[in-house]
Design a protein around this ligand. Structure first.
Ligand SMILES: Nc1ncnc2c1ncn2[C@@H]1O[C@H](COP(=O)(O)OP(=O)(O)OP(=O)(O)O)[C@@H](O)[C@H]1O
Length: 228
C-alpha cells in the first residue's frame, strides 16, 4: 500500500533527512518507526501525506505517486490518512463530540451522518460519556483517545501516529496501544514513530529503524534495541 523507491529528502541548508530509502508497507501492517532524534522518522511520514516532497525517488500511496498528485487530489489523500500526534492537537473551544464532528464536517458529511457516526467512534475509544466535555477537562490519556477517535472517524486506510504515548504515563500508554491494536485488527494500517522501547518490545510488530536518514534495520517481529 505504501512504497518508497530510492527516496532522498534534502531540506534547505543541505540537510539530508532521508537517503535513498526503499521501503514497502502492506495493507493491514502495524509498523513501528524507531531511531534517534533527527533520524528521519517524521520526514518519512510527512512524505506520505505530502507535507514534504522528495528530492529524488518515488513515494507511492495506494497506487498513486504522491509527488505527482494534482492539487485537487490532495484532500482525498489526506482524508484517507488519520493523524495522531504526541500533543493531541484538539480544538480547545470545541467539545469532544464537536472535535470529532469537525473532522467529518470538513469532508462534507451531513449532520445526520455525524450524529450517527460520532457516538459510535466515541464508544469504540471508551469515551461515550464524555461527548459534551471540553478537552481541558480530560486526562491526557482521554485526550489522546479523542484524537484517535478523530483520526479513525472517516475510515482512513492508514493511521500515522507520531510519538502518540510521549505525554502519557506507562499504564495509560499500554491502554492506548490496545486501542491501536484493536483498530489495526479491523484492517487499518498503522505507522507509529516512537521512543517507547517497552511498548515496542511488548508488541512484537514490524520494526523499521532509521539512523542518519538510512534504514538500518527492518524486522518482522522486532524489538526497539537502539541505544542512545
Ligand atoms: N523543515 C526542515 N528544514 C530543515 N531541516 C529539517 C526540517 N525538518 C527536519 N529537518 C532535519 O531533518 C533531519 C530529520 O528530521 P526528522 O524530523 O525527520 O527526524 P525524526 O527522526 O522525526 O526526529 P524526532 O525523533 O526528534 O522527531 C534532522 O536533521 C532535522 O533537523
Amino acid at each position: 500500500m505504501i512504497n518508497f523507491y530510492n527516496v532522498t529528502k534534502i531540506y534547505p541548508g543541505n540537510v539530508k533527512a532521508l537517503s535513498d530509502v526503499t521501503l514497502q508497507i502492506r495493507k493491514g501492517e502495524f509498523v513501528f518507526l524507531v531511531g534517534p532524534s533527527g533520524a528521519g522518522k517524521s520526514t518519512l511520514t510527512k512524505l506520505i501525506y505530502r507535507e514534504e516532497l522528495p528530492n529524488r525517488g518515488q513515494v507511492i500511496f495506494n497506487g498513486k505517486n504522491v509527488a505527482r498528485m494534482r492539487q485537487r487530489e490532495i484532500p482525498y489523500l489526506r482524508r484517507s490518512i488519520g493523524m495522531v500526534f504526541q500533543d493531541f492537537r484538539l480544538l480547545p473551544q470545541k467539545t469532544v463530540f464537536e472535535n470529532i464532528a469537525f473532522a467529518m464536517e470538513v469532508i462534507g458529511a451531513s449532520g445526520r451522518e455525524i450524529k450517527k457516526v460520532v457516538p459510535k467512534v466515541l464508544n469504540m475509544v471508551g469515551l461515550a460519556k464524555k461527548a459534551d466535555v471540553f478537552p481541558d477537562h480530560l486526562s491526557g490519556g482521554e485526550q489522546q483517545r479523542v484524537s484517535v477517535a478523530r483520526a479513525i472517524v472517516n475510515n482512513p486506510l492508514l493511521i500515522i501516529a507520531d510519538e502518540p504515548t510521549g505525554n502519557l504515563d506507562p499504564d495509560t500508554s499500554r491502554d492506548l496501544m490496545k486501542l491501536f491494536l484493536d483498530i489495526n485488527r479491523r484492517g487499518t494500517t498503522i505507522i507509529m514513530s516512537t521512543h517507547a522501547w517497552d511498548i515496542v518490545d511488548a508488541m512484537k510488530k514490524r520494526v523499521v529503524e532509521l539512523a542518519g536518514g538510512l534504514i538500518v534495520r527492518d524486522e518482522k517481529e522486532g524489538t526497539y534495541r537502539y541505544e542512545a
